[in-house]
Design a protein around this ligand. Sequence first.
Ligand SMILES: [Zn+2]
Ligand SMILES: [Zn+2]
Length: 424
Amino acid sequence: MITTKRVLIVASIAFMAVMLYQWGHLDGREGKSSGLIGELIAAESPPKVSPVKTRARDFYAPNSEDLRPDEMRLIACGTGMPTARPKQAASCWLLELGNGDKFIFDVGTGSAERIAAMQIPYNYLDKVFLSHLHTDHFGDLDALFVGGALAGRQKPLRVWGPKGDTPERGTKYALDHLFKALTWDIAGRAGITDPRGYQPFEVTEFDYKGVNKIIYQENGVTIRSIPAIHSLDGPVSFIVEWNGLKFVFGGDTYPNKWYAKYAKDADLAIHECFVAVPDLITKFKFTPQGALAVGTQIHTAPEAFGKMMSLVKPRMAVAYHFFKDFDTTGPINDRIRTTYDGPLSLAEDYMVWNITKDDIRVRMAIYDEDVWPPPATEKPQLPDPSLRIPYSKFIVGGKSDMKDVIQPTYDEINKKYGLSEKQD
Ligand SMILES: [Zn+2]
Ligand SMILES: [Zn+2]
């Protein structure tokens, strides 16, 4: 490889030298080749760079750019696997539209903190679409639900997801039970916080066998679902159309005919692309049999991802669902390139795509690790203290005497905000 590169470089230098020599001759400047090189360099004099002015950025900083009315912005808030790791959360995609709408596609394990890093007021993050019910695709729904309500989502969280082949394997069943699992959490907040965000999930279930059927249509945005082939009956992929742009989010699947047909000519098409089988064996410690089954039959192998994208021909293909490291990225890319030579993003967390009819710009987001909640978009509703569930006499009887050291804080806040709050 290096030898080939060197040969190419040497050949290029020789070619340029010959060209310059000939150019000089044709130009009637025999013997002045060095002068010509000097002129070429002078023509490319460095641009003026101010020592005190800002320059154009090549990264995306949340809460620093307007979204144009005709523009889509997509942010990868999770691109990894069911096994959690600091570098990659599991599947989560935040789609922002120039009309103000925002959609979350999957909310896999670890993704809630990536969503938070985007500094978007939680009232705008009230629509979640689930491709299927593996935890790497909805494992952080509880964090988004409770954390979002606490930080300014003053409305129920709406969730769209597929019915199962039985009611117990459907999205409604899963979310009704997730809400029940949060009984203690929510009960403890009654009478203390704005209650509106803690209402039960508003679930819209749809038939996973629906082929390109509309499951959402509001405000100029149409979302359709197509079936996927993965693990059990039930998984789906989503197709979003808005303002002449088409965005496809593929959930986990063996490559399927519905995606090939209905994702065609998308502006941006996401499709899973699993860890290559040799790496599943050596790095993920799968058995060879397990690696073949999971890496090629339950999921989409890189070569199959490439073949699918050669059929779909999107303006930008996006591969995810692999651990993206220095030693896995090359093999994945090489395998995809055996079957696909079009535009490609190998996704990682915090990758950002700005999509318009004329351009697709791909950057990384730079985020603040110390992020605090963004502002609420509406006034908070004061809770009704009578709804508080009291401690038992036994528990309240265990309180240490701290009233004297806490009272100055009450005095300070009461004075500053004109209140007359008292300690319990
Ligand atoms: Zn899955
Ligand atoms: Zn998955």
